[in-house]
Design a protein around this ligand. Structure first.
Ligand SMILES: Nc1ncnc2c1ncn2[C@@H]1O[C@H](COP(=O)(O)OP(=O)(O)OP(=O)(O)O)[C@@H](O)[C@H]1O
Length: 305
């Protein structure tokens, strides 16, 4: 079982709409679920895993509903972002307990295999209380893998990991995707997602905002209008030269702060032309800073796209 279909799914909590009429299909391989905090990623992952009921719509795994379907748990592993861990247990005891919950015939062996997969053997017999965030993450991952699921859902799995741990987890997820499993992980960092996922689904404010490979998603983000604040040796002369250039759509001369506010329509063109124009006219550039580079504004643009 490997294909998850989300069909017109919404989920609300009181009057907060966490997921708003989302439709998407996730197949084998590694897919990234990208979106800023509060976008509804965790809520969607929990519904996919059968841990939360949709308010409306359906989530199915190869045609079988994930909600109120016990059999589904045998095929899905969920690594939640926040989870109460049993600090008084060792990592191994925690993974074995999960294997037993799944009713696996040889829980000890299954746990050992999962612990080896996440390379935690060296600390498996230490109490979870002594683990770093990255180590906890790997033990959670081992518990989610203990029953060898065909679908793996991970909520912000790279949070709190150092670069080496991150690389190791990326390799592991790549391997699982190559084996034909369906791996879906959420993140709010585009660079993280594009390093790992060929396919990206973007969520913003509960809505499904974009879908495609990382080149398409990056292009959407780069091609949007950009605003810059520029301070130069002669703002008025620079403004008059730049407004004649195709890369800009509007320029405001801010006399109070001594800067230009520039609306660029062609991101690549503008960043290439600005220094050329300044050089041609002998104008010194003292400051060039993007004013709306926050991830929030990038996503807001995508929603409107
Ligand atoms: N159990 C809940 N009760 C009330 N509101 C909730 C609940 N779970 C989520 N929400 C709200 O739903 C919205 C989406 O939250 P969700 O955690 O799914 O987003 P997210 O994209 O995973 O963000 P984050 O990365 O910050 O966890 C938020 O506004 C959140 O406050």
């Amino acid at each position: 079982m490997t294909t998850i279909s989300v069909d017109r799914v919404s989920r609300w909590f009181g009057n907060v709409v966490a997921v708003n009429d989302v439709t998407m299909t996730i197949g084998p391989g590694v897919t990234g679920l990208l979106g800023p905090n509060g976008a509804g990623k965790s809520t969607l992952l929990h519904m996919m895993g059968g841990f939360l009921a949709p308010s409306t719509g359906t989530v199915t795994l190869d045609g079988a509903a994930t909600w109120r379907n016990e059999d589904i748990y045998n095929h899905i592993g969920l690594v939640p972002e926040r989870e109460a861990m049993y600090d008084f247990l060792t990592g191994r005891e925690f993974v074995v307990a999960n294997a037993e919950l799944f009713g696996l015939p040889n829980a000890g062996f299954a746990a050992q295999t999962a612990i080896d997969t996440v390379q935690m053997e060296y600390a498996a017999d230490r109490k979870i209380a002594t683990y770093s965030k990255g180590m906890r993450q790997r033990v959670k991952m081992a518990s989610a893998l203990v029953h060898n699921p065909s679908v793996l859902l991970l909520d912000e799995p790279f949070n709190g990991m150092d670069p080496r741990q991150r690389m190791h987890l990326m390799d592991l997820l790549r391997k699982m995707g190559a084996e034909g499993r369906t791996v879906l992980f959420s993140s709010h960092i585009l660079e993280e997602v594009e390093q790992l996922a060929h396919h990206i689904e973007v969520m913003v404010a509960g809505r499904h905002a974009a879908s495609g490979d990382y080149r398409q998603i990056r292009r959407l983000m780069v091609d949007r209008p950009h605003r810059y604040t520029v301070r130069s040796g002669d703002n008025r002369a620079l403004a008059s030269a730049l407004i004649a250039d195709d890369s800009t759509a509007g320029i405001e001369l801010d006399l109070r702060d001594g800067v230009l506010h520039i609306q660029a329509i062609d991101f690549v063109g503008f960043t290439r032309r600005l220094p050329q124009v300044a050089r041609e006219r002998g104008i010194r550039l003292y400051e060039v800073s993007p004013t709306d580079e926050s991830l929030e504004s990038v996503f807001t643009y995508l929603v409107g796209a």
